[in-house]
Design a protein around this ligand. Structure first.
Ligand SMILES: [Zn+2]
Length: 562
């Protein structure tokens, strides 16, 4: 390790083919050279560390190569190429606009541009971080950019395209560089490790690539950092320790705790994470990403969106089987909410703990929901004993509220029960359909007294379960019309909607009790009631004033307004 050269410099690509993750872009540049369609000015945009300056250098080297290969790659052998590779070519000039952004800097550059190159045909001027130029410098530069000497090519590079003046943009050919994919970075790191005879675990390099967030330069400098720390062997453990990355295992353990409603365990894990020096917000965003990764692992079509190493991918696929879609969506909602509110919360730790607590309750709620469903089915279908017997008894269900049994229930014991519930519900629906079919054939006549009697007894039967529906049904009298159409007058739309929700049920009951399949219900809002509706404050006041004349006095005495 004595002569360790910084990898970012040593492994800087020297040909278009060795540029990582910018394939379509390098092809376009090569085609331009092949067809001799060189522009005078280019703008390379994109995040830091993705190869903008590297591509600019390769471009400069390629167009000056005296011995260009058939595949439009520089030969790396001719005088020009060698001088490029040894960083002593006079055909390339670089200006870092971040530190040289004054008019004087630009003026001296313009002076240089006039001088034609001694070797080769083209001089390339790379202006890095071009958005940093002062507006005066921009203006001074504009004229040269408009009418450059034949031998000059400008390559402007920027991370912030939106800060470039439209007058500059319109004079440049624009190339947008992408973030480099984790997979591509990992592959390149593997190549570097192999060349440096460093043994590196694939998962370890994948973590480095993820941490680099699309920037090859960052990835290589992390790589160097770890090599100087752990020598010729890079493991997953020393990478997460060195780069301060939270181990995947924590997230997997936590997810397991969430699914099993073990909030104590989850809180202790979170405490351990905090003790390791991780920030709560970092943890929450990491957890969101983890849940998102589980979500994409559920569908074979989206698994590709997972940017993790092979062995970790395996873990994701396994865990995704245990987590339901519903759980993942609800969990993501909770973490997302927590992420958004993190900054404004007073007690950050409590804020995250609360989110963890809620995450542990998701599946618990689901159990309670199913529990009530089962109880309902048992209550309503006592007749069909043969199926009921197979369902868990009420007492057994109560027991499941202790965490130990819930685990069992969630891990699969519950599934067959759920299926039976579905079966039972299907049966119920079929039964109902049969009932209706039977009745529809009958057409027994009845009088209004009978109707009111049946109506009221139905209202009474639902009083306990649906008190509101009961009071609406009693608020007016059903009127028997022709062809067994029953008109029911209501005061307002809210009442109408409430009845319409239950309309089928009501009609079916009437048909059954009165033995007449032709019965229909016509719900209308009475005109007198519509008139009575008071929309504005003035309407309300007038109405009340009619009822009580003292109201006007009150209004005047206290000088009140609406
Ligand atoms: Zn050459």
């Amino acid at each position: 390790m004595e002569n360790f050269i910084v990898s970012a410099r040593k492994y800087r690509p020297a040909t278009f083919n060795s540029v990582v993750g910018q394939k379509s872009l390098t092809t376009t540049l090569k085609n331009a050279i092949k067809n001799n369609h060189l522009a005078h000015a280019y703008l390379f945009c994109g995040p830091r560390g993705v190869g903008k300056t590297t591509c600019a250098r390769i471009y400069a080297k390629t167009i000056n190569c005296q011995n260009l290969r058939d595949n439009i790659e520089p030969c790396n052998e001719c005088e020009s190429c060698i001088s490029f590779n040894e960083n002593r070519s006079y055909n390339i000039h670089e200006l870092d606009a971040a530190s040289n952004n004054s008019v004087e800097d630009i003026r001296s550059l313009i002076e240089q541009v006039r001088i034609p190159p001694q070797l080769g045909e083209k001089s390339v001027y790379i202006i890095d971080e071009v958005h940093m130029l002062s507006s005066q410098a921009f203006n001074a530069f504009l004229k040269t950019l408009e009418e450059p000497p034949k031998h000059a090519i400008f390559i402007l590079a920027t991370t912030e395209k939106h800060k470039i003046l439209p007058t500059i943009l319109s004079r440049c050919q624009i190339f947008d560089f992408n973030r480099i994919k984790v997979e591509d970075i990992t592959e390149h790191l593997e190549f570097v490790a192999k060349s440096e005879k460093i043994e590196a675990e694939h998962d370890a390099l994948n973590i480095i690539a993820q941490k680099a967030d699309g920037a090859m330069r960052d990835a290589l400098s992390y790589f160097d950092q770890i090599v100087s720390f752990s020598g010729s062997k890079i493991t997953y453990e020393n990478v997460i320790e060195n780069l301060n990355v939270l181990d995947y295992d924590y997230y997997f353990k936590l997810t397991e705790a969430f699914i099993n409603n073990e909030h104590t365990k989850a809180l202790l894990i979170f405490n351990e994470i905090l003790e390791k020096g991780f920030d709560g917000h970092h943890f929450i965003t990491g957890l969101s990403k983890h849940l998102r990764d589980l979500l994409v692992s559920k569908d074979p079509q989206t698994v590709e969106l997972l940017e993790v190493g092979a062995s970790i991918k395996e873990k994701y696929l396994n865990m995704a089987q245990n987590a339901t879609l519903m759980f993942l969506l609800q969990a993501l909602n909770i973490t997302n909410e927590s992420d958004l509110k993190y900054k404004v919360s007073q007690d950050k730790r409590l804020h995250v703990e609360l989110a963890i607590f809620n995450l542990c309750r998701i599946t618990n709620k689901a159990v309670e929901q199913t529990k009530t469903n089962v109880t309902q089915v048992i209550a309503t279908d006592k007749k069909k004993e043969e199926v009921t017997e197979e369902l868990p008894k009420k007492e057994e269900l109560k027991k499941t509220s202790s965490s130990v049994s819930i685990k069992g229930v969630l891990k699969g014991d519950f599934k067959p029960v759920k299926k039976e519930i579905e079966q039972k519900e299907d049966e119920k629906i079929k039964q109902n359909q049969q009932d209706t079919n039977e009745i529809i054939q009958a057409e027994q006549s009845f009088g209004e007294t009978e109707l009111v009697e049946v109506w009221n007894s139905y209202a009474q039967s639902i009083k306990a379960d649906k008190p509101r529906l009961n009071s609406i049904l009693k608020s007016s009298k059903p009127i028997l019309g022709e062809k067994f159409i029953i008109t029911f007058k209501l005061d307002n739309d809210f009442q109408k909607q409430a009845i319409e929700k239950e309309e089928n049920e009501i009609v079916r009951n009437l048909q059954k009790k009165l033995n007449n399949g032709k019965i229909k219900l016509d719900i209308i809002i009475s005109k007198e009631a519509t008139k009575k509706l008071l929309y504005t404050d003035i309407d309300k006041y007038k109405y009340l004033n009619e009822k009580n004349a003292n109201l006007n006095k009150l209004k005047q005495q206290f000088n009140l307004d609406f």
